[in-house]
Design a protein around this ligand. Structure first.
Ligand SMILES: [Zn+2]
Length: 268
């Protein structure tokens, strides 16, 4: 083969390799073990049902959850050993502030106490509070990196957004807007989540199926399970866990820290 032909063949091969590498990159994003989608099971406010019901249920199915704890929660003070045991079992203890400040000026927010009114906070005050919560959680599980969930999904303190400042205290943050977006468009400082209230196990599973169809990251934002408020029944929650445990090839169930860390590291 003439040198020119060899060169042309090599160039052609090189081109094909480049095309196939590009094709692989442009292909759908995949999660660990080839799963099509990822699900985070997150639980807000440090409620008693989380240690009494959720932890044992997750452990039964070998699934890991994320607990966004308001560190002034009575349950955390009363049952600290049980919360620490969740961390030891591999679940994520995450930041949901100290006092759960929300914006009292918004409709339906009359219940917010004046002294925990986010409209009266500054951004610096929010960050200072979140650092205290991080320190408290570090005393429980020894970890420095922490994710965060905005209380009431409110991102403005005294009228100023603190979304861009959240990177100072958290590796990723969760909001609530029941919206599935493509992996490349996920805002890791305000990740969408679905907050179910009084729905059946089948409805919870239907959300996961939408996440799988769209091959993206879906996040549940639970509150009470079989108790407290904004709750789903113990049975509905267990039906979801059982389904997830039976569909591990299609959907990767991970803590919020793991899932957002994976997206951050692999989507580009
Ligand atoms: Zn909350």
């Amino acid at each position: 083969m003439a040198f020119a032909q060899k060169l042309s063949l090599l160039t052609c091969l090189h081109f094909l390799i480049l095309v196939s590498a590009y094709g692989q990159k442009a292909k759908d994003f995949t999660f660990p073990n080839g799963a099509k989608a990822a699900i985070c099971l997150t639980y807000d406010d440090g409620l008693p049902s989380h240690v009494q019901t959720v932890g044992p249920a997750l452990n039964k199915y070998g699934l890991k959850g994320t607990f966004f704890i308001t560190v002034n929660s009575a349950s955390l003070q009363d049952d600290m050993d049980k919360w620490r045991a969740l961390a030891t079992a591999g679940h994520e203890l995450a930041n949901h502030s100290v006092y759960h400040p929300c914006r009292k000026s918004l409709p339906g927010m009359d219940w917010v106490r004046d002294y925990y009114n986010l409209d009266g906070y500054t951004v610096e005050q929010v960050l200072a509070e979140l650092k205290v919560a991080n320190g408290y959680l570090q005393a429980l599980d020894g970890k420095r990196a922490r994710t965060y969930a905005y209380p009431c999904a409110h991102l403005f303190a005294g009228g100023v957004s603190f979304k861009d400042s959240i990177v100072q205290v958290a590796t990723a943050a969760r909001g609530v807007h029941d919206l599935l977006v493509p992996i490349k468009e996920i805002d890791l400082n305000n990740v969408a989540s679905y907050a179910p209230n009084g729905v059946s196990g089948q409805e919870l599973i239907a959300y996961v199926q939408r996440v799988i169809e769209q091959q993206t990251l879906g996040t549940f934002c639970f509150h009470g399970v079989g108790a407290e408020y904004l709750s789903v029944s113990k049975e509905a929650h267990e039906e979801l866990l059982q389904w997830l445990a039976g569909h591990r090839k299609e959907v990767w169930v991970a803590t919020f820290e793991e899932a957002t860390g994976y997206v951050k590291a692999n989507r580009n």
